[in-house]
Ligand binder design. Structure first.
Ligand SMILES: *[C@@H]1O[C@H](CO)[C@@H](O)[C@H](O)[C@H]1NC(C)=O
Ligand SMILES: *[C@@H]1O[C@H](CO)[C@@H](O)[C@H](O)[C@H]1NC(C)=O
Ligand SMILES: *[C@@H]1O[C@H](CO)[C@@H](O)[C@H](O)[C@H]1NC(C)=O
Ligand SMILES: *[C@@H]1O[C@H](CO)[C@@H](O)[C@H](O)[C@H]1NC(C)=O
Length: 475
């Protein structure tokens, strides 16, 4: 079938109107085109996209969304041939973001205007400070590290008791690095605190919730803030989840990639990586934080699965620093990933981990690096995930797919999910790809922030209660 590809370039829109009481923030979008390739051969499309270092936005078992930025290459012929149908989803026109006030009255969720919009990084910090001011007995803001560009990394802990940071043994973790073919193996020593003791029944269980590592996935960060808010509320509030604090401490990192997040507000709405300089002569900057974790980083298994069964398609030997998926030259090269990992190891009694991402509506369990390896806890993980996705569905009817991250998306090495599960031993580790399934993609309209928060809080509630029940704790 003949297919036509049209690249439409939207005019760069920069809002520069400043009214008396309003500040209109510049909101520059990365313009381009999303080609939604419907293909019976998704693994082959993915392998080719990978070889050409294309920006894959989403993949399911029936289609692949590929973004072609302006000025970049057009769709390679090999990919055009594999396409049955395609259509163009133009990048959304930016809506000027109006900042009316930075006081959001955090005493309720329903009447707090904070959740009606996305917010630049400074406002997110203000919001977290206001939460801590209004709920000082249960909330705590921690500055635990620094980004490549020198911004602070902030975590928000919600806990009804005083949690004690555990003493951890500092050991050298040995990381096996393999080249693409898995031929050469060189070992590097990486200093890391590790060896987590088994869960203690007498203490509260810890839950870690992380927002968007990929800068453009704004709804992940907004939803993390929504959840932190519902957990902080007084119990008499109908939206409150604070009963969960009887058995759990929650640790949020709403914006794990502050440099990238800021860049999506100021320069390119579709920026993905962090903003780390890669060296004086590097053509590009930034690495994919979610391919920079120290479990199965560039493992030959993952890299072989990335090319599917297509022996003719292989990625280049050396990863391209200009690729969205650039994993760095070593695990934990990203200063953000390194600081987050070190902070996580200090948290006691961790029972669950949820990474909030977009888009695709899926709740995924380990593994990410391989579709062939089954996690030993897969049965329990999937059982909890099915219940949690049904709980989410009951709120607004949103359908979530459930499965391993590799099977629901595609194989990806050095992923945070696998690290949390295997290295930190957090049994109930998940990635939730929030709304939608591609209609708006990363530019999910602000009016969906609140419904997404409402349904995701049911997911977290279900998951927590499931884990509490397994640990024989009652609410
Ligand atoms: C915040 O909202 C609550 C509940 O709607 C209300 O009782 C309170 O007066 C508001 N506080 C401020 C400072 O506006
Ligand atoms: C939210 O605001 C409305 C209108 O002011 C008010 O009627 C309602 O009681 C408020 N809800 C809460 C939970 O404070
Ligand atoms: C909930 O309880 C708090 C603390 O006792 C109180 O300040 C607040 O007014 C109550 N809110 C509602 C909606 O009853
Ligand atoms: C590779 O081929 C085998 C046998 O034909 C098949 O079972 C498997 O699903 C294929 N894997 C992928 C990723 O296509």
């Amino acid at each position: 079938m003949a297919t036509t590809y049209i690249l439409s370039f939207l005019a760069l829109t920069v809002a520069n109107v400043v009214a008396a009481e309003q500040q209109v923030l510049p909101n520059v979008l990365g313009n381009g085109v999303v080609n939604r390739l419907e293909s019976s051969d998704v693994p082959r499309v993915l392998a080719l996209a990978n070889r050409h270092d294309l920006d894959v936005w989403h993949a399911s078992d029936s289609n692949v969304d590929i973004y072609l930025p302006p000025g970049g290459p057009s769709l390679p012929d090999e990919l055009k041939k594999l396409t049955r149908t395609s259509w163009i989803v133009p990048a959304a026109q930016p809506e000027p973001l109006v900042r009316v006030s930075t006081e959001w009255n955090v005493s309720t969720v329903v009447n707090s205007t904070f959740h009606d919009n996305y917010h630049p990084i400074e406002e997110v910090k203000d919001f977290m400070k206001q939460l801590v001011a209004v709920y000082p007995s249960t909330t705590q803001l921690t500055n635990f590290g620094q980004t490549a560009e020198g911004r602070e990394l902030l975590a928000l802990t919600i806990s009804s008791g005083v949690y004690n940071l555990q003493e951890v043994d500092e050991v050298e973790e040995e990381i096996v690095e393999e080249d693409f073919q898995g031929k050469k193996k060189k070992k590097t020593k990486h200093s890391r605190k590790k060896t987590r003791p088994p869960l203690r029944v007498t203490e509260k269980l810890g839950v870690v919730i992380i927002g968007a590592q990929h800068a453009r996935e704004w709804i992940g960060s907004s939803t993390a803030l929504y959840l932190a808010h519902t957990l902080s509320l007084h119990r008499n509030d109908s939206q409150s989840l604070s009963k969960l604090l009887d058995h759990f401490d929650f640790h949020f990192i709403p914006i794990p990639n502050p440099d990238g997040y800021d860049y999506t507000w100021k320069t390119d709405r579709y920026w993905y990586k962090n903003r780390q300089a890669l060296g004086p002569h590097a053509k590009c900057l930034g690495l994919d934080m979610n391919r920079n974790w120290g479990y199965k980083w560039r493992s030959s298994v993952a890299l072989a699965e990335t090319s599917g069964n297509n022996s003719d398609i292989q990625s280049s030997e050396t990863p391209n620093p200009c690729s969205q998926f650039y994993p760095g030259v070593r695990p934990f090269e990203s200063s953000e990933v390194n600081d987050i990992a070190n902070w996580i190891t200090t948290l006691p009694n961790l029972a669950a981990f949820v990474e909030l991402r977009s888009y695709g509506q899926m709740l995924s369990s380990p593994y990410s690096y391989s579709c062939k390896r089954l996690a030993k806890d897969a049965e329990d993980q999937i059982e909890a995930a099915i219940g949690a996705s049904q709980a989410l569905h009951s709120v607004h009817g949103t359908e979530f797919k459930v499965g391993s991250l590799c099977s629901t998306l595609y194989p990806a090495h050095g992923n945070m999910l696998d690290w949390m599960y295997k290295r930190e031993g957090i049994k109930y580790s998940y990635v939730a790809h929030l709304r939608d399934t591609g209609t708006h993609g990363f530019t999910l309209p602000p009016k969906w922030i609140r419904p997404t928060g409402e349904e995701t809080s049911r997911l977290v509630d279900y998951l927590s209660r499931f884990i509490a029940k397994q640990a024989k704790r009652e609410f």
